[in-house]
Design a protein around this ligand. Structure first.
Ligand code: C2O
Ligand code: CU
Length: 451
């Protein structure tokens, strides 16, 4: 049903001849909680929570008509895609909101293979908490590594009432000033009991996506051994042996695992919290696929991301993150005037970037196309944050100058400073914000311009 629309090399005329498929955002019901609970009223794309997985080839074109049948205006953001700016889905920056009953045609080229996802970018702290998000998988041109299965696992965290409905309180300033809206029910692909059957020594590619509003997952595989091969869609230079995996909101990890549990056992993906771990996905081992494990996988082919230029001459900017509960900030600029924390909270803001709680009129940095940009970020708050840059992937630069893996979302701990650098090769206006959705709505949002 979600087949390949256009293969690389097709002429544009044949593109226009096709009617794009619709992605319809609307209300629906789902058995989200265990069977002894009522169904939950959710918001989904095209009748599914999570929305349909879109799989397309690298270099291909993504064409979907967004149909908004929700009671609120919306947009779709294609997270992690180095996209044409006009298709980025940011209301007020790259497009107008799509009103209820209206449509918008998203149509863009997919430059990079990997695991990406889509979600609303208007009132996302509510719309995503109600269920809107889905996976966008861009297939490697060489068909990808040899595996017995390729599974997309969208991890989500829901706050449900006693009768399994989506709890209200989306504008709860206590959540906004603390860790964000943390839920009480965790699902994988819309179920609290995600399981599949596998065979001993079979090999699987698992594409993990954290679609939660604010929860950070801390994952370990049990009875599965393997490698981390990509982060936020981008291949690692070399597969790394799999250990504890931290997945902040919006982050993705592609892993390749071999089933090492025996027939009759259950392999697990376990999420760890302070008080211990619990399984979020189960793999029942029912047979033996082969007598030995396969050889270690080769790295995925790199994506065409430009190499960083020299950092000494890079265009630089500083970003100071402040505010929230237990922080040092007593106020920030809002609506052109200085406001105290209490007054700010009354107006829906609790955080600030460089002393500003509103989205600034001027970009944090304006770069020429092709320039290397470096941003020095200080998290002067008492909370972790998941900093996401639109339209580009960046590398974290360590104190000794070495560059880390390409990412689009960086988890920063309380009190941490980080330098990120990227080549500003994608023209347009691009958001830089915390992906804990209550934090971005509460003031953690700025933007960059590439001309
Ligand atoms: Cu996935 Cu601006 O976000
Ligand atoms: Cu945050």
């Amino acid at each position: 049903m979600f087949g390949v629309l256009v293969a690389t090399g097709l002429r544009p005329t044949s593109l226009q001849a096709q009617t794009p498929q619709d992605l319809i955002a609307r209300e629906g019901v789902l058995q989200l909680a265990p069977a002894n609970y009522p169904e939950t009223q959710v918001w989904g794309y095209s009748g599914a929570v999570p929305g349909p997985t879109i799989r397309l080839p690298q270099g291909g074109r993504m064409t979907r008509r967004f149909v908004n049948e929700l009671p609120q205006p919306g947009t779709i953001h294609w997270h992690g895609i180095r996209i044409d700016n006009a298709m980025d889905g940011v209301p007020g920056l790259t497009q107008d909101v799509v009103e209820p009953g209206e449509t918008f045609l998203y149509d863009f080229v997919l430059p990079d293979a990997g695991t990406y996802w889509y979600h609303p970018h208007n009132r996302s702290y509510e719309q995503m908490a109600r269920g809107l998000s889905g996976a966008l998988i861009v297939e490697e041109a060489d068909g990808g590594p040899e595996v017995d299965s390729d599974e997309v696992l969208l991890l989500d965290d829901w706050r449900l009432t006693e009768d399994a409905q989506i709890a209200g309180g989306f504008g709860n300033m206590h959540d906004w000033a603390h860790a964000g809206r943390i839920g009480n029910w965790i699902t994988v692909n819309g179920t609290g009991d995600w399981r599949t059957t596998v065979q001993r020594h079979s090999r699987h590619r698992l594409r993990l996506v954290n679609t939660a509003n604010a929860r950070i997952f801390s994952l370990e595989a049990q009875g599965l051994e393997g490698w981390l091969i990509a982060l936020d869609g981008m291949p690692l230079d070399a597969p790394q042996s799999l250990g504890r995996l931290t997945l902040a909101p919006a982050q993705r990890a592609d892993i390749i695992v071999d089933v090492t549990a025996s027939v009759g056992e259950e392999a697990l993906l376990v999420n760890f919290e302070r008080d211990g771990g619990y399984a979020i996905a189960s793999f029942d081992v029912t047979a033996v696929a082969r007598s030995e494990r396969l050889d270690a996988p080769s790295p995925l082919p790199p994506n065409p991301v430009p190499q960083l230029g020299p950092l000494q001459t890079a265009r630089t900017a500083k970003l100071l993150m402040e505010g929230g509960a237990m922080g040092r900030m007593d106020g920030a600029m809002m609506g052109g005037q200085m406001m105290g924390m209490r007054e700010m909270a009354g107006a829906g803001k609790v955080w600030a970037f460089n002393g500003m709680a509103d989205m600034p009129d001027a970009p944090l940095v304006a770069a020429n196309r092709g320039e290397t940009v470096r941003i020095d970020i200080t998290n002067d708050t008492a909370w972790p944050h998941a900093m996401h840059l639109h339209g580009h992937h960046f590398r974290q630069i360590a104190d000794d100058g070495t560059a880390g893996a390409l990412r689009d979302t960086l988890l920063m701990d309380r009190g941490e400073t980080a330098q990120i650098a990227f080549v500003a090769d994608n023209p347009g206006d691009w958001l830089l914000h915390c992906h804990m959705l209550e934090h971005s709505a509460g003031g953690m949002m700025t933007w960059l311009r590439v001309v």
